[in-house]
Design a protein around this ligand. Structure first.
Ligand SMILES: [Fe+2]
Ligand SMILES: [Fe+2]
Length: 184
């Protein structure tokens, strides 16, 4: 498999979770907070989107394409890194508000919703930029042996960071939540 296809495949999974979050964020705005779905969504984002997908980009893919001539500071890679950080802040905000909500502070419903919507908008645009701009740029500058090395590094990273079987686990989680919310 091609490493860029692997990354794009992960984008499709993340987008499915963004749809799930969109559904529960709309309800949270009317004070009806689906705590279970938010908690599962946050776990998915932190583990699958961040420690699996963003780690592959930040630790392997971006540094490689930078070596092959795509600028980092002031260029597309720097912007993508900044957006990953902005995403982490939204998730932190969502998580903190959710905890307070569970402790009885119902006024946090709107904060949960706003952070979720912020994350959804940011990430969906981020994914578009990578799919349509940065990945094709990377695709043009990496060689066949780069591709083979990248795939190996991705596999190592996955095993080290999150362990085997995690793709399957999160795939099932997305399906479970889609079914619960009647999204399919
Ligand atoms: Fe990214
Ligand atoms: Fe990405």
């Amino acid at each position: 498999m091609d490493p860029i296809e692997v990354l794009m495949h992960e984008h499709r999974m993340i987008e499915r979770m963004l749809k799930v979050l969109t559904a529960v964020a709309q309800k949270a705005d009317t004070d009806e907070v689906d705590v279970d779905t938010f908690e599962k969504g946050i776990d998915f984002i932190r583990t699958f989107a961040d420690r699996c997908h963003h780690a592959k980009e930040e630790g392997e893919f971006y540094p490689l394409i930078e070596q092959r001539g795509i600028p980092k500071e002031g260029g597309p890679i720097g912007m993508m890194l900044q957006e990953h950080d902005m995403g982490r802040n939204y998730v932190k905000g969502m998580d903190e508000a959710l905890r307070k909500f569970k402790d009885g502070d119902k006024s946090q419903a709107g904060v949960i919703s706003r952070n979720a919507v912020g994350y959804i908008n940011l990430l969906s645009q981020h994914i578009q930029k990578e799919d349509n701009i940065l990945y094709p740029m990377g695709n043009r500058v990496i060689s066949d042996s780069d591709r083979e090395a990248l795939i190996e590094r991705f596999e190592e990273l996955e095993e080290k960071e999150i362990g085997k079987g995690v793709h399957e686990k999160y795939h099932l989680l997305v399906e479970e939540l889609e079914a619960k919310l009647n999204l399919n």
